[in-house]
Ligand binder design. Sequence first.
Ligand code: CMP
Length: 140
Amino acid sequence: MASERTLSIIKPDATRRNLTGAVNALLEDAGLRIIAQKRIRLSRERAEDFYQVHKERPFYNDLVTFMTSGPVVVQVLEGEDAVLLNRKVMGATDPALANAGTIRKIFGESIEANSVHGSDSPDNAKTEIAFFFSEGEITG
Ligand code: CMP
């Protein structure tokens, strides 16, 4: 499998608890390389746009409110099979169902405040990376 890139977001529940470094350590320990990273505050418009695919879901409004409730850290991760590997390191969406040792199991508070987001496919990874980063901001 060739080297791949994926988008990761450290969510407001994690930045609020000063967990950016702890999350990054788990990502790096798993072999993922953080090749771009910035701490930003999402506007409501940007969060709505990012989560467009979930627009019809009952949790959409609460999700957007949560994602704008504090700073997030957006990152580009690179590595072999990075999309799948990151999803493995993150664990299941619901922290209660996540495997031991995963980021969401260790740090997640609820299905909404689940500490991290990761792209779910290589195609979505490309779109999501371009949503937050220009090529010039990424140093592979
Ligand atoms: P994320 O990977 O950021 O993608 C969409 C987010 O919606 C998801 O993680 C969860 O944090 C959040 N969410 C809230 N409620 C639900 C739900 N019932 N099912 C799936 N995702 C949910």
